[in-house]
Design a protein around this ligand. Sequence first.
Ligand code: TZP
Ligand code: MG
Length: 213
Amino acid sequence: MNKNFLKCYFIAGPQDFPNLSLEEAEVKISKLIASGVTAYQFRDKGTHYKNEDGRLGLANRLRKVAKAHNVPFIINDDSALAFEVGADGLHLGQDDMAVSRARDLLGKKVFIGLSVRNEQELIQAQSSKADYLGIGPIYQTSSKKDAAKPIGDKLLTSILQVNQLPIVGIGGIDLSKAEKLAKTGLDGVAIISLLTETKMPYRTINTILRAFE
Ligand code: TZP
Ligand code: MG
């Protein structure tokens, strides 16, 4: 796994566009995937459709958009969906399936990410066989309802000392915070609202990429 793909890691699902229809949300996500991000994670909370076909259809279409732009396509939580759409990666939380089990199901080619929320989980994750870690929330976020207490950048810098794996930061990251975080040992930032809300996607993404060069 090439850790460059963590630099500007875009996460979104229809729930991140509460005022838009499913079709409008799909257009927005597709445009953002095509605007220079280094990875896309399909994180879907099932808010916009009535059945599994809607979800599978959307995942398949976004997978195609990502492929056309050479952007790794990662599924959040759902190993069966990752298998079905031929995702490049799967991202797991602490309460999801174990990394080793996901690896058995998906094979060696699919990379697997794991979320950690504190120093203890970061230490444990070192032997998890995850290909990369996501650490956060670093700052206050309104994009995840059950988010843990923010770590803050001071504590982040100190706990990153024990980390040996590729790692991306997440949670409440805006442009100036991304520039600061690029100096802490993170390989990139994972972002929902900064990208779903930006009026200047190319400029926003480029600023992040430059910070992590
Ligand atoms: N996990 C930890 S914080 C978070 C997730 C999915 C939400 C990040 O969203 P935003 O809008 O970039 O703060
Ligand atoms: Mg999860």
